[in-house]
Design a binder for this molecule. Structure first.
Ligand code: PEP
Ligand code: MG
Length: 325
């Protein structure tokens, strides 16, 4: 079984009827690059840059960040690497940076909110990403976006950083693709407005489930409420996929939800063909994709989207999954 999965490493992920699917890796530390390569990842769909910040004693400066990003993109010479800007706060603290004590840290000062207030830290990171962009196919995405104003502010700051680099004669890719992570319900509702601002969406189901269903992703007490099969979640994802599709822009999924083969098929049937996963799951998902047709995937999605309860959806998908083998 393991041998069979290893044999898939260099095969492209493609449905039986020839629809191409991209399976990329979620990474955090430099070591994950090897794991991603070994699993046949076609690049990186989510590089969680907070990990290198968390393992240090002080903020890394732009050169340190640049060197790190450069090493990572050089690990994937022919594939894209999507760098997510700092997503700190919530459950991810930094020993050397004081966070305010908050009653609800997940709904508090975290992620892009920190970057927009601590602008110097944000600018250093953007400069490092831009400088690394000459070494490979880097794209950049911004977490926890909840409004059009926010992404416009982000883009204004990015343009200013580009101007500074130009003045300093530092080369960078001037058309570096930009994306928004869709992980707050408000972003789902205004997806049609947000898509005009960027080149792609990446759906962060881990947070999207938590915020849509008001169920802490780390609290076992509310585990039953944290439910990827809640109809609200499926319809949210479908809506985001439709909006991106209608705008002719890319949409990917980088939450853990896609790490189950039947979920990947469900999402594929909704029009999502770009997945970013914890690397060791890639062969398993590829194996399922190689055995399905787009028509079958669409049928599975259409049926699930018709259902009224997560219990029905879960039962239906369990049967569909059993029929896969
Ligand atoms: C997500 O929220 O789904 C996501 C991919 O980001 P993180 O798990 O880092 O919050
Ligand atoms: Mg998230």
């Amino acid at each position: 079984k393991q041998r069979e999965l290893e044999g898939l490493r260099d095969l492209p992920a493609e449905t039986v009827d020839g629809s191409r699917v991209f399976l990329r890796a979620n990474i955090g530390l430099l070591n994950d690059v090897k794991v991603a390569q070994a699993s046949g990842a076609e690049g990186v769909g989510l590089y969680r840059t907070e990990f290198p910040y968390m393992t240090r004693k002080t903020f890394p400066n732009r050169i340190e960040q640049y060197n790190l990003y450069r090493k990572i993109v050089e690990g994937f010479p022919s594939h894209p690497v999507t760098i997510r800007t700092l997503d700190i706060g919530g459950d991810k603290g930094l020993s050397y940076f004081p966070f305010p004590k908050e009653d609800n840290p997940f709904m508090g000062w975290r992620s892009i909110r920190v970057s927009l207030e601590e602008e110097d830290i944000f600018r250093e990171q953007l400069a490092a990403i831009l400088m690394a962009s000459v070494h490979g196919k880097i794209t950049v995405m911004f977490p926890m976006i909840s409004s059009v104003e926010e992404i416009r502010t982000v883009k204004r700051i990015l343009e200013e950083v580009k101007d500074e680099l130009t003045a300093d004669k530092k080369p960078f890719n001037p058309t570096i693709p930009l994306g928004v992570m869709v992980e707050i319900p408000a972003a789902v509702q205004i997806a049609h407005l947000l898509i005009r601002e960027v080149d792609f969406f990446s759906i962060g189901t881990n947070d999207l489930i938590q915020y849509t269903l008001a169920a802490d992703r780390n609290n076992p007490k509310v585990k039953q409420y944290y439910d990827p099969y809640h109809p609200a979640i499926l319809h949210s994802i479908k809506r985001v996929a439709d909006v991106a599709g209608a705008a002719g822009k890319k949409v990917s999924i980088c939450g853990e939800m896609a790490a189950d083969p039947i979920n990947a098929i469900l999402l594929l049937g909704m029009g999502i063909s770009d997945f970013s996963l914890t690397a060791p799951y890639i062969p398993l998902i590829k194996q399922a994709i190689l055995k399905i047709t787009m028509a079958e995937a669409r049928e599975i999605s259409a049926a699930a989207l018709q259902m009224e309860s997560s219990a029905d959806i879960r039962e239906y998908l369990a049967k569909a999954k059993a029929a896969l083998k």
